[in-house]
Design a protein around this ligand. Structure first.
Ligand SMILES: [Zn+2]
Length: 123
């Protein structure tokens, strides 16, 4: 019987409430004399159930959890849910002008098609 130690991190997202979190587990993998593999998971020094078998959302207790590679939740929080540029910066207003121009040229052919099809009146 011998034990090896490894460390694995996972990202979790609750499919019911959208809560996302990450955790890094210390895993003790023991192979006993009959070559059975026993893995025990430890989080912050205490034994916990395997997060891969019965994950549960800490926010709503749901069991509908998607497990992803580590860093996905951190990346989403950093880039997708970031507050963005402050409205007092020149970069914000420059990007707003770019967005207006892109929006105009995106809407132009669609509006032309809607007028030709008779679904929209000329202004
Ligand atoms: Zn939840």
């Amino acid at each position: 019987m011998h034990t090896e130690y490894t460390r694995r991190a996972y990202s979790f997202v609750c499919l019911d409430c959208g809560h996302g979190w990450e955790a890094e587990y210390d895993i003790h993998v023991t192979v006993d004399d009959e070559t059975r593999i026993i893995a025990t998971y430890h989080l912050d020094g205490r034994a916990v159930p395997s997060p891969l078998q019965s994950p549960r959302c800490p926010a709503c207790e749901s069991r509908k959890i998607r497990i992803m590679r580590p860093g996905r939740v951190t990346t989403a929080h950093r880039y997708v849910f970031a507050p963005g540029l402050a409205k007092t910066t020149a970069a914000y207003w420059l990007l707003m002008q770019v967005a207006m121009i892109v929006g105009f040229f995106t809407a132009w052919p669609v509006n032309g098609w809607l007028i030709r099809a008779g679904w929209k009146e000329r202004m």
